[in-house]
Design a binder for this molecule. Sequence first.
Ligand code: CDP
Length: 213
Amino acid sequence: MTKLTPTIAIDGPAASGKGTLARRLAEYFRFHHLDTGLTYRGVAHALIEANMPLDNEDMACLVAEKLDLGSLNKDILSAHEIGDAASKVAVMSRVRETLVEAQRKFANKEPGAVLDGRDIGTVVCPQAEIKLYITASPEKRAERRYREVGEKGSGAEYSQILADIIKRDERDMGRADSPLKPAENAHLIDTSEMSIETAFSTALALVEEALSE
Ligand code: CDP
């Protein structure tokens, strides 16, 4: 590897498999990993706990400024409803500015970092050495989410999860600030018909090639 402090940027819609890939790539390269979705989820969760409306931008900004990236509890924050609430918080530009600043600081950690989210390759780290855009059909993504939430004992219906995923895609892709879309120089990986292992080896080959250039 020749690059100093490289950044691996991974974007994609809900349940596309980007989180698993990001975690595995970070383990493989011994890089730091930030699931930036957790930062939006953290703000949404704090507002819900404080009984505040999700569109109160001043309050959301205060929460975002105080957010400690090291203490985001994935177990609490990964609840399906919090994902939905996070995408409502994520349309507010001042909240995004605050969180993006913290995410950029994280990206500079040595010896390198993997960040996954919706706008990593386009806005947070446009200079990233390698950008991956991970996608899959809404039906496959809903199946994966259904299995995940089922394992945690939640009784959510498949049809409801699919409807939520489609609604969230629309909100994330249609918002004015930092909409979800592949960066121009991103490599697209459709994981609809891929096992986790195949997706990982496909991503790893692309990352290794980019980091050795
Ligand atoms: O895990 P999942 O893909 O369902 O969602 P997530 O990555 O935890 O993100 C939750 C929500 O936060 C998304 O639907 C986006 O609206 C927002 N988000 C964002 O706007 N920008 C990011 N870099 C990451 C997440």
